[in-house]
Every structure is written in structure tokens, then in C-alpha cells.
Write a protein that binds this ligand. Structure first.
Ligand SMILES: *Cc1c(COP(=O)(O)O)cnc(C)c1O
Length: 387
């Protein structure tokens, strides 16, 4: 049996995979088992922030592997402490809880909001408002937070305590906050899985103001938008807001699993010993790798992300067959006249990997993709959309 047959027989049937097996890569190039080359504009869903086989990240990971691969959270560990320090210093947040995925990072954010509600107003102030069309993860509670009914089917009862408002609709959000006993508001600033759409700046500012007035925690899900993806280290910095909790994962690990829940001033002391935990959370290898990723997301790199973003928007916005280009930085959605899947499959045949978000073609290239490589790939994407 080949790999595809073995996978189909033995791996749980939860993914509609492309008929493609990736075996190696370097930078923004990846290769299948026949040696065919692809320019990767998907980066394992915004995970391989610096592409494949990034030397600095590999060095950090291997050096840590040579020391100790895991310690448990019963003991102190330098990579974990230093990564928390870097995250706080670069965001203004105060403390970090480490886990292993975006969903877990959001679970911790939800716990923080509920604890806050209990402390400030009483135990029944436990409802969190999230947005329609959002995506917050696959655990039962983060699915409940996710404002898309398709994800709720088959798994009811969902966790209580989530209500959903339409994105950019301040009136609906206010009504929900007045109607329910709330403890927090949780939003993605650019809805990723929901179709790569950025929230309006005025709306986000108004949400921040409402959260302050109503004494609710403002939780920002930056699992996908974080770590340089939108042209700022974190997207909230582009919106000029001060969140109470920021979650991230995907690109932070550069390819290894990690989740981080950053707690601001109003949230930093909500957790005391025993109130949350994770066996693998803060793993020294994952943290050492993440540190090397963060160190290189500097002003120069962020300026390049913005330049590359502008190039993609300019090239595709008025192209034939393109209805709309949305998103921010190197997190881009293209609404095409053709079916998105048709474009994606045609690009794959021509050696360019792009992915989907709702009905859009989604681009999530490596932050450090060379301009020439990006141009070559975007030209092919454009041709396949125009055809
Ligand atoms: C991917 C994603 C998640 C879930 O992350 P996992 O690591 O798959 O648990 C949560 N929120 C957003 C915004 C995401 O893009």
C-alpha cells in the first residue's frame, strides 16, 4: 500500500485531504514524493512562519533538544520563562499561560473571562459574546464559542454561555451585552476560517470601549493573525487597542505545537496555582523555537510583510475573474468568479499551493518568502483565476 492508501485505511476520516504527499522542503519550496516542486503559499495554515527548514529555528530547536526535551511544569525552565518575557515585553501584556494549540489557548482565555465575571459580579455572569462566522477551535467549548452552526451539529449539547453577534454590528453586540449576564467579548480581528475578513477599525474601538464600560474582559483570538502575519507583531497593535487577553498559536511555534494565552493588567492575577495546567504546555523545545521566531519578527521584517501584502493586493485586485481581495498583511482572501476549489487544484497542478477559506482562495505565505518567489507564484495564481 502507498501512503495515501495506508492513511485512508488507518487515519480517522476527519480531513478532506488533497491527493498530495509532502515529504521535504526548503524555505518557501516544498516537494512531493516524486520530487515535484511547489511554491508554498499555505505554510501549513500559517504555521511555518519562516518556511521549511529555517536554519535559525532549527538551530534553536536542536540546541534545546541536546539539553533536555521536556521537564513538566513541576520545575522551572529557561526557554519557557524567556519566551513569556519576550511576549510580554513586545505586547504590553503581563503574564503568559502556555499550552499546545489554538483551541487550548482559547479555553484558557474563556476560563479567565469566567473567573473575572465571578470575581467582579458573581458566578452567573459567565456569558461570552463572540461573533457570527468566527472560528475559535475544535474542543466542545471553543466550538460553542465558534459562531457557525455547521460546527455545532452532531455534538450537542454545546457548552453553555456563548452568544453570537454579527461582525461590525455594534447594536447587536450592545443588545446581547444588556440581555445576558456577560463576562467577556471574544473576537478575531481578521476572521480567518470565516473567509479572511478584517473587522472595521471603528467597530473594534467601540467594542473595546463597551468592554471597559460594562467591565467585561476583551479577548482577542490571534491564533491565526498573530506573530507577524498581518504586518504587525499582533493584529491588535494595528487596531490600536489594549486587550485584556490575547491568544495565539499557529505561527508562534514555527512548526512545533504551542499555544499562548497572554493576560493583561485586568487578567494577570486571575489564575492561582492549580487553576489551569498542561502537561506539555511550555515545552522547552517548542519555546526555544518560538523565541527564535519572535526575535526575527522585527520592524524590518514587518515592513517587508506590508510591502509583499501591497504587491499581492495591487496585482490581484483588478485582475479579471477577481471579485474582491480581503484580509491584512500576508493573510489574504481572494473571492473569485470561478469556484475557489477549481483555482486551488489548477494552481497545485502548476506547482503552487494555496488553500481555501469559505468560498475564497486563501494565501498565507511565509513571512520571509523572497519577493521573486512570491511574484512567480502570484503570477500563476492570477493566470488560473483569469482562465
Ligand atoms: C486555527 C485557529 C484556532 C484553532 O487552533 P488549533 O491549533 O487548531 O486548536 C483557533 N482560532 C483561530 C482564529 C484559528 O485560526
Amino acid at each position: 500500500m502507498n501512503v495515501i492508501e495506508i492513511d485512508k485505511q488507518y487515519v480517522a476520516n476527519t480531513y478532506a485531504r488533497f491527493p498530495l504527499q509532502l515529504v521535504s522542503g526548503k524555505g518557501s519550496y516544498v516537494y512531493d514524493e516524486t520530487g515535484k516542486e511547489y511554491i508554498d503559499l499555505g505554510t501549513g495554515i500559517a504555521v511555518n512562519a519562516f518556511g521549511v527548514g529555517d536554519e535559525a529555528w532549527k538551530k534553536a530547536v536542536v540546541e534545546q533538544l541536546d539539553k533536555i526535551q521536556h521537564t513538566s511544569n513541576l520545575y522551572y525552565s529557561e526557554p519557557c520563562a524567556l519566551l513569556a518575557k519576550t511576549l510580554c515585553q513586545r505586547t504590553g501584556m503581563k503574564k503568559v499561560f502556555f499550552s499546545n494549540s489554538g483551541a487550548e489557548a482559547n479555553e484558557c482565555a474563556i476560563k479567565a473571562a469566567r473567573k473575572y465575571g465571578e470575581c467582579k459580579k458573581g458566578k452567573d455572569f459567565n456569558t461570552i459574546v463572540t461573533l457570527k462566522n468566527s472560528f475559535h477551535g475544535r474542543t466542545i467549548t471553543t466550538l460553542s464559542a465558534t459562531g457557525q452552526d455547521v460546527f455545532h451539529q452532531h455534538f450537542t449539547p454545546m457548552t453553555d454561555g456563548f452568544v453570537h453577534a454579527a461582525a461590525n454590528d455594534m447594536e447587536e453586540l450592545k443588545t446581547l451585552v444588556k440581555t445576558y449576564k456577560c463576562c467577556g467579548v471574544m473576537i478575531e480581528l481578521v476572521q480567518g476560517e470565516g473567509g479572511v475578513t478584517a473587522l472595521d477599525k471603528d467597530y473594534v474601538k467601540a467594542v473595546e470601549k463597551l468592554a471597559k464600560e460594562e467591565d467585561l474582559l476583551l479577548l482577542i483570538d490571534e491564533v491565526q493573525t498573530g506573530n507577524g502575519r498581518t504586518g504587525e507583531l499582533y493584529a491588535f497593535q494595528a487596531y490600536g487597542i489594549t486587550p485584556d487577553v490575547v491568544t495565539t498559536a499557529k505561527g508562534l511555534g514555527g512548526g512545533l505545537p504551542i499555544g499562548a494565552t497572554m493576560l493583561g493588567e485586568r487578567a494577570e492575577n486571575l489564575f492561582t496555582a492549580g487553576l489551569n495546567g498542561s502537561t506539555f504546555g511550555g515545552n522547552p523545545v517548542a519555546c526555544a523555537g518560538a523565541q527564535s521566531i519572535l526575535e526575527r519578527i522585527d520592524e524590518k521584517l514587518l515592513a517587508e510583510v506590508k510591502e509583499k501584502s501591497a504587491y499581492i493586493f495591487e496585482t490581484l485586485r483588478n485582475a479579471k475573474g477577481v471579485n474582491r481581495v480581503t484580509g491584512m498583511g500576508l493573510m489574504i482572501g481572494i473571492e473569485t468568479e470561478k469556484d475557489a476549489s477549481e483555482v486551488i487544484n489548477a494552481c497545485m497542478k502548476r506547482g503552487v499551493l494555496v488553500i481555501k477559506a469559505k468560498n475564497k482562495v486563501r494565501l498565507l505565505p511565509a513571512l520571509n518568502i523572497p519577493f521573486e518567489t512570491l511574484k512567480k507564484a502570484i503570477q500563476i495564481v492570477k493566470e488560473e483565476i483569469e482562465k
